[in-house]
Write a protein that binds this ligand. Structure first.
Ligand SMILES: [Cu+2]
Length: 139
């Protein structure tokens, strides 16, 4: 039953997520369908006392994905970053404001913990002046 459910629900979630993105781009979606939340929202259901919020990043030919990501000030975050390409110079993740400069071995998830302590745009990137970069929007 569970496997069946998963087979059905995954395409539905994908559809719902796509629909939500399209709708929000058109600015005409006042109401989200409560019964089928987009996949991304599932991980946002957090209670006090939960561990750090886990954010999965992937380094591809396009850079760090997804980006930007919204974070909350003072909410601990655990990044799990996996580099999946040799095609770019993004072989580490550097976030100067938090003293982060972490190598990313190919196809190896690397965990990086930090807590955003001020609001605004937080950028990170490769070591070369963040030529390839991504961003967190801290609220
Ligand atoms: Cu670079």
């Amino acid at each position: 039953m569970r496997r069946f459910f998963s087979k059905i629900i995954k395409p539905l979630l994908a559809l719902a997520a796509t629909g939500a993105v399209l709708a929000s781009q058109q600015g005409c979606s006042k109401e989200q369908k409560a019964e089928t939340p987009p996949a991304a929202a599932a991980s946002e259901t957090r209670k006090p006392g939960d561990g750090p919020r886990v954010i999965t990043l992937t380094v591809t030919e396009k850079g760090y994905e997804p980006s930007p990501i919204s974070l909350k000030k003072d909410e601990p975050v655990k990044l799990v970053v996996t580099r999946k390409t040799e095609e770019t110079c993004a072989t580490e993740i550097v976030m100067k404001d938090y003293g982060i400069n972490t190598p990313l071995p190919l196809n190896t998830p690397v965990e990086i913990a930090f807590t955003p302590n001020k609001t605004g745009t937080l950028t990170y990137g490769c070591a070369m002046g963040q030529m390839i970069s991504g961003a967190f929007m801290v609220e």
